[in-house]
Design a protein around this ligand. Structure first.
Ligand SMILES: [Zn+2]
Length: 93
């Protein structure tokens, strides 16, 4: 009995987030892949989730701020708050 246990559709959907993040063990990954080869329903869901995730990661990459820019912005804020120290520009209550 060293055959890979077949997973149900419910199990696949439950494991899908981990599977997409490659956070499942090799045996579980193999079982999930085997299910996707047999089940068009789950394959459609998998492809949709995969596309959403890729899209999200692409957006996050674009939104990341270069360290140099972050440093310059912090310096700019520092020079402004040093100049005018009553907090008027930032309306701190
Ligand atoms: Zn399925």
């Amino acid at each position: 009995m060293d055959q890979v246990d077949p997973v149900s559709c419910a199990e696949l959907i439950r494991s899908l987030p981990s599977f997409l993040d490659s956070e499942v063990e090799a045996t579980e990954s193999a079982a999930l892949s085997a299910h996707l080869e047999r089940c068009a329903h789950c394959l459609t869901i998998y492809r949709f989730e995969r596309a959403v995730l890729d899209n999200l990661q692409a957006k996050l990459r674009t939104a990341s701020v270069p360290p140099d820019l972050e440093r310059r912005v912090l310096e700019l804020i520092g020079s402004q708050t040093g100049h005018r120290n009553d907090g008027q520009a930032f309306s701190s209550e």
